[in-house]
Design a protein around this ligand. Structure first.
Ligand code: C2E
Ligand code: CA
Ligand code: CA
Length: 557
């Protein structure tokens, strides 16, 4: 091979950048340099074909063959054809037509050109395969996160960002589906769901799986409404392990964000996930659009979260007490207990638990704070006794996180011992939901608490997944009716009231005590009393109050 050809060969090779995987690029380079090389060697016409392996979809012509180069000439009398097998079973055919008889030098030139094509094209194919691996989610065949960023990046680079919408999608019940039908069926749902969305959007957008059952759809905003209704109106057929076809109703939570002129993909992802996070909150709809206030809320939460460790050290968490009263006499309430409720005293501001408990629950600090509350309650009880004030039973809220902590009972015992508190003055409130996974843990927890002499109540009964069956199965002593049940009393719906009445009698028949919380009106108290619920807690009698104020109530008893 002569030096000149060799140099040209190298130049061709380096003209195609590694990260450019488009075949057009090779064609461009070839048509830029090859005709010159040919003419120097006296070759007038050259047609170069490449044949792609059949699994490659980017064929331009029939049978995956496409023309890499075609130079023009007048006469076609001398023909030469060379075929090269490429890596990964592709084939390059160099078919040269010349206007004069073939010389050795022309053969050599042809060989060099074919070899160049071979290397370039092989490299391109390898890059293509790598591209597929890099940008595609193996489980579903739609884009993965990297692919999503590339796709969206390209779209946004063209401007008109405000014409797009990005949705963060999470399939509901995937755990249930996996548990009931097995993982392969679960995977089938993921795949079909993803492909259905992809098909729906076609050229107007893309779908990506971020892992697990989380997806993102990026679409022209004109199609957003259609996308949303499509997502939640799908039945996907799967084959059960037994071979039957089962139609599974797919439901998803979606947070979405309409991009603005200057929105970046990072912003779109953050905003849609913020909206998505809202769908997880109690009694929220499944589909929520991002709104500006959400950003402020998240920021506020972040700031709060950062100041929690200091707050613990500076003892900014304080315990308030909300009295519980017995209403055996229609117009006289008798103080019979109290619930310890936490407040965060941040400077002059008092932050209610609704704002910081979810953060503590999430980062796990709630378990520390619960012990902190127990410790303060024990201290207060002891101090009242020292002052000659007779305490009442104080209930404490416990996070469900404690259920999994084997040392929980030991720690409680240690604190009670430390302050030498009579356990009759203590009660623990726990929200029991019917969760099979926690069943054993709940049983152990109840046994431990009873062994220590503490009373147990089921909090928020009637608010979520609690059931009468659960009341039968639990060894808890008291059931606290949730405010949502009490709200139905005196609100004009006789059926609501009837239900509360029946719940009360069933609880009592199961030999448990019952207390109503969130009682705000006298009619509610009257109805409860008439139906056998003699203990109430609520703004009607008293709001949660600082220890000093509660002490005055104790003194008056
Ligand atoms: P919860 O255990 O259901 O507590 C009852 C909540 O209802 C309290 O809200 C109380 O102030 C409120 N409430 C009581 N009566 C009425 C009423 O008549 N009307 C209305 N509108 N509300 C009433 P709070 O103090 O904001 O506490 C919210 C939740 O935070 C509690 O709900 C409890 O789940 C949690 N929490 C509070 N302190 C602690 C704690 O020390 N540890 C744990 N793990 N959770 C706590
Ligand atoms: Ca409670
Ligand atoms: Ca409650």
């Amino acid at each position: 091979m002569d030096r000149l050809v060799n140099e040209e060969y190298l130049r061709l090779l380096y003209e195609v950048p590694d990260n450019n995987v488009e075949i057009d690029n090779i064609i461009d380079i070839l048509s830029k340099y090859v005709p010159d090389i040919l003419i120097k060697r006296g070759i007038g016409v050259l047609k170069m074909m490449a044949t792609e392996p059949s699994n490659d979809k980017s064929n331009r012509q029939n049978n995956n063959e496409f023309v890499l180069l075609e130079t023009q000439g007048e006469q076609y009398s001398y023909k030469k054809e060379l075929t090269f097998n490429m890596a990964n079973d592709g084939v390059t055919t160099v078919c040269a037509l010349a206007d004069k008889a073939w010389t050795e030098e022309m053969d050599e030139t042809l060989f060099v050109i074919a070899k160049t094509v071979f290397v370039l094209y092989g490299r391109t194919r390898a890059m293509k395969e790598l591209t597929i691996l890099t940008f595609t989610d193996a489980k579903t065949g739609v884009l993965n996160e990297t692919g999503l960023y590339r796709y969206v990046g390209k779209k946004l680079a063209m401007g008109e960002n405000a014409s797009y919408c990005l949705s963060f999608i999470n399939l509901k019940n995937m755990k249930l589906i996996n548990d009931s039908y097995g993982l392969p069926c679960g995977d089938m749902i993921l795949r079909k769901f993803a492909k259905n969305l992809e098909q729906l959007l076609g050229e107007d957008g893309c779908v990506a799986r971020l892992g697990g059952d989380n997806f993102v759809a990026f679409t022209d905003k004109k199609r957003q409404e259609e996308l949303l209704s499509f997502i939640n109106n799908q039945t996907i057929d799967i084959m059960s392990p037994k071979g039957d076809t089962i139609g599974v109703n797919v439901n998803a939570r979606v947070g979405y964000y309409y991009l603005k002129e200057k929105s970046s993909i990072g912003e779109a992802m953050a905003n849609s996930s913020m909206a998505f996070a809202k769908t997880r909150q109690n009694s929220s709809p499944d589909v929520i659009m991002y709104e500006e206030y959400m950003k402020m809320q998240v920021l506020e939460q972040k700031l709060l979260e950062q100041s929690i460790p200091d707050a613990v050290v500076n003892e900014e968490f304080v315990v308030f007490y909300q009295p519980k009263v017995s209403i055996e006499d229609a117009d006289n309430f008798t103080l019979c207990g109290a619930e310890a409720l936490m407040r965060w005293k941040k400077g002059d501001e008092i932050i209610p638990p609704g704002k910081f408990i979810p953060i503590l629950e999430k980062n796990g600090m709630i378990t520390i704070i619960d012990f902190y509350v127990l410790e303060h309650v024990c201290q207060d009880i002891k101090e009242w006794e020292r002052q000659g004030i007779k305490p009442v039973r104080i209930s404490l809220n416990l996070s469900r996180r404690h259920l999994r902590n084997e040392q929980f009972a030991q720690k409680v015992e240690a604190i009670i011992r430390k302050y030498d508190v009579n356990p009759d003055y203590l009660e623990v409130e726990i929200t029991e939901t019917y969760d099979i996974e926690d069943l054993e843990a709940i049983k152990r927890f109840e046994m431990d608490m009873h062994r220590l002499g503490l009373c147990i109540s089921i909090d928020d009964f009637g608010s979520g997944f609690s059931s009468i069956k659960m009341v039968k199965d639990t060894s808890a002593d008291i059931v606290k009716l949730d405010k949502s049940l009490i709200d139905g009393i005196g609100a004009g719906d006789a059926a609501d009231e009837l239900i509360v009445g029946h719940i009360i009698s069933m609880i009592k028949e199961l030999n448990k005590d019952v207390i109503a919380e969130g009682v705000e009106y006298k009619e509610q108290a009257d109805y409860l009393r008439a139906n056998g619920c003699m203990n109430i807690q609520g703004f009607l009698y008293a709001r949660p109050m600082p220890k000093e104020e509660f002490e005055l109530k104790l003194k008056k008893m």
